[in-house]
Design a protein around this ligand. Structure first.
Ligand SMILES: C[S@@+](CC[C@H](N)C(=O)[O-])C[C@H]1O[C@@H](n2cnc3c(N)ncnc32)[C@H](O)[C@@H]1O
Length: 275
């Protein structure tokens, strides 16, 4: 089995949209409206959930009417949030069939199907025309990508001249991560580059670096809060719990240990395709 099939097998389970909607009703009542705000803790599948998306959006600064590409869109939470809050059109590309199906169901449930389009495909051969997007972003995806140079070249190709790319990337720290983690069951599908390698790959793809910051400390703080939640074993649930099911607790605890022990780092960056 190739890397992409393994990655999709790691993430994909049946019935994700139904589980997300059930968790929403459990948290907010049977008549809870299905809005991007209500779903935000439940459909954004990355450390720090909506808080991290807000930071990435502040970096990307999407403008009304812009065409935005989400590379590795998951179940579409960040794409819906940005489409709704910034009045943009977002196209999400993702490898995992069950995630694309869940994203489409949740687009319909939130009334955003006309502004968020989902395409099943690979970040390494983006199913989009050259120069089609004003801006792009990718949140917690690169750790599943072995060929990062190709990932950045594809993002570059999809952007118009002057287009920007915002990234929230898990990076390598010192030492091997403990597995399983939310993004990989074993090291076979986990590929962490150092922040220096990330910067070099971006420059080699042709990007100009506008902003590049280490946000590991912010992650550590949030993970401390998550540790308390996991130790108590209580609600509120987050996207990782719903998507990963029984496996989530051990994976999230390993994630906490990896950050605490300096095995993983986090980088947020904004880069531009020269205009
Ligand atoms: C941790 S999830 C993050 C999802 C989403 N960005 C979010 O923050 O909610 C990682 C996502 O990357 C996707 N992915 C991993 N490798 C990919 C590839 N080569 N092409 C497209 N998507 C990929 C997975 O299917 C998964 O949806």
């Amino acid at each position: 089995m190739g890397i992409e099939e393994e990655v999709a097998r790691h993430y994909g389970t049946a019935g994700i949209a139904a589980r997300v909607l059930a968790a929403l009703r459990e948290a907010q009542g049977v008549d809870a409206p299905v809005t991007v705000d209500a779903l935000a803790p439940l459909d954004q599948f990355h450390g720090r959930g909506p808080l991290a998306t807000r930071e990435l959006v502040a970096l990307l600064a999407p403008q009304p009417g812009e065409r935005i590409l989400d590379i590795g869109a998951g179940i579409g939470g960040p794409a819906r949030w940005i489409a709704a809050k910034c009045a943009c059109h977002v196209t999400g590309v993702d490898l995992t069939r069950e995630f694309c199906e869940a994203a489409e169901a949740l687009n319909l449930a939130t009334g955003l199907a006309d502004r968020v389009r989902i395409i099943r495909g690979s970040a390494l051969a983006l199913p989009v025309p050259d120069g089609a997007f004003d801006a792009a972003y990718s949140q917690n995806v690169i750790m599943n990508i072995a060929d990062k140079a190709l990932f950045y070249r594809e993002a570059f190709r999809g952007l118009r001249p002057g287009g920007r790319l915002a990234l929230s990337n898990l990076c390598a720290g010192a030492g091997e991560p403990h597995y399983p983690v939310p993004w990989a069951t074993t090291s076979e599908t986990s590929f962490l580059a150092t922040p220096e390698e990330m910067r070099a790959d971006l420059v080699a793809a042709g990007f100009e670096i506008a902003d590049f910051r280490d946000t590991t400390a912010a992650i550590q703080e949030a993970q401390q809060r998550n540790r308390e939640r996991l130790q108590q074993g209580t609600l509120p649930r987050v996207a990782a719990d719903i998507i990963l099911g029984e496996r989530a607790r051990e994976m999230q605890i390993n994630s906490l240990r990896n950050t605490e022990e300096g095995r993983c780092a986090m980088v947020e960056a904004l880069v531009r395709k020269p205009g």
